[in-house]
Ligand binder design. Structure first.
Ligand code: UT7
Length: 329
């Protein structure tokens, strides 16, 4: 179990932002050999958001961050750690976080860094930020997940182009408000050795073997599906067991939004009614690192969280990576 912290580190505010442009299954089925019926039955997705060429990841991230700061009632100058989880940074360098820092007007003595754990990125970033805040060396962190997945899609590949979308979500972390039991309770991260080739972008990095033409998501969907279910179940089981909890103690689960069938498998494993699982994959598709904070913000705004509720955030992604966090709201 991770080190308990004093005072507890809690989520003080949430925010999200998605591009206005909606791409429906029907539109996609005019471009590739697919159908709304196939996509919805196999994935639960109806539509996704697509950023325009002028909408940068930094801009999506900054807008989500601005909402989260306002929600937390904090000024940009009070943030001393910014982590942007993304696998679609605007540039190889500098980090997207440095671009967001300028856009939001964060102070110079704020640590700014990107983190890439693909779709598990937000849970990784949350755990890292929690540890740094718990060290006492930082007081308030802004943790953002933001992606422009549409730039990594082969729009002729029906096996992947129907799955992904763009967006951003953010949380502000800081000392729990006095008199509350709120706080991050525990987190667990992992990565499965030898699974990199199941989900990757084989080009676009510094590898000489990777021509620009291969800068697209390539995926062995069925295998990723199996590892996703296994990874999320195992990390959930470990987190619950070592905290003396069971699935019944969870008021809300906010899982990575990749495929409704994967989410249903997790709900079945936890023996939880679907009402306790938050789902918005139908409207956004898979937004990678943005998926959980975007869903968390929507869940909150929909009144799905009450003070004192126990929540599980759980994700899997390329790597293959997985991770979970238990949070008392
Ligand atoms: O954050 C991590 C991101 N990745 C994931 O979450 C991926 C996890 N995997 C999945 O979600 C599923 O494996 C998919 C949704 C990608 C695919 O669903 P599936 O039930 O595993 O289908 P399949 O790949 O076995 O394909 C079944 C059939 C194939 O045709 P044949 O060989 O049976 O004739 C495919 O060619 O469906 C075909 N197919 C499609 N048909 C219409 C594949 N994509 C499409 C499509 N529209 N978009």
């Amino acid at each position: 179990m991770s080190t308990p912290t004093s005072p507890a580190i809690a989520i003080l505010g949430t925010g999200s932002n998605a591009p206005a442009r909606v791409l429906t299954n029907d539109e996609l089925s005019r471009q590739v050999d697919t159908s709304d019926e196939w996509i919805f039955t196999r994935t639960g997705i109806r539509e996704r958001r697509i950023a325009g060429p002028d909408e940068s990841v930094a801009a999506l991230a900054a807008a989500a961050g601005r909402f989260a700061l306002a929600d937390a009632g904090l000024e940009p100058g009070q943030i001393d750690l910014l982590i942007v989880a993304t696998c679609t940074p605007d540039l190889p360098m500098p980090s997207t976080a440095c671009l967001v820092q300028t856009e939001l007007g964060l102070r110079e003595r704020a640590a700014c860094v990107d983190l890439n754990a693909a779709c598990t990125g937000f849970v990784y970033a949350l755990d890292h930020a929690w540890a740094l805040l718990a060290s006492g060396r930082y007081r308030h962190a802004l943790v953002i997940g933001a992606e422009k997945n549409s730039t990594l899609i082969d729009w002729a590949d029906r096996g992947t182009c129907v799955l992904f979308g763009d967006g951003a979500g953010a949380v502000v972390l800081g000392p729990a408000r006095p008199g509350t039991t709120s706080g991050i309770l525990d987190a667990q991260l992992g990565a499965i050795p030898g699974t990199a080739e199941l989900l990757l972008v084989p080009g676009g990095g510094s590898s000489p073997l990777a021509p620009e033409s291969r800068r697209h998501i390539a995926m062995k969907g069925k295998e990723v599906f199996k590892f996703a279910v296994r990874g999320m179940e195992e990390v959930t089981r470990d987190l619950l067991a070592r905290n003396g909890l069971s699935g019944a103690d969870l008021s809300l689960v906010v899982p990575h939004q990749a495929n409704l069938r994967i989410i249903h498998a997790l709900a079945q494993y936890l023996e939880l009614p679907y009402e306790r699982i938050f789902v918005n994959v139908d409207r956004y598709g898979n937004t990678s690192a943005a998926s959980i904070p975007l869903a968390l913000d929507e869940a909150r705004r929909a009144g799905r969280l009450k003070t004192g509720d126990l929540m599980l955030l759980v994700a899997f992604g390329a790597g293959l990576t997985y991770g979970g966090a238990l949070v008392r709201w």
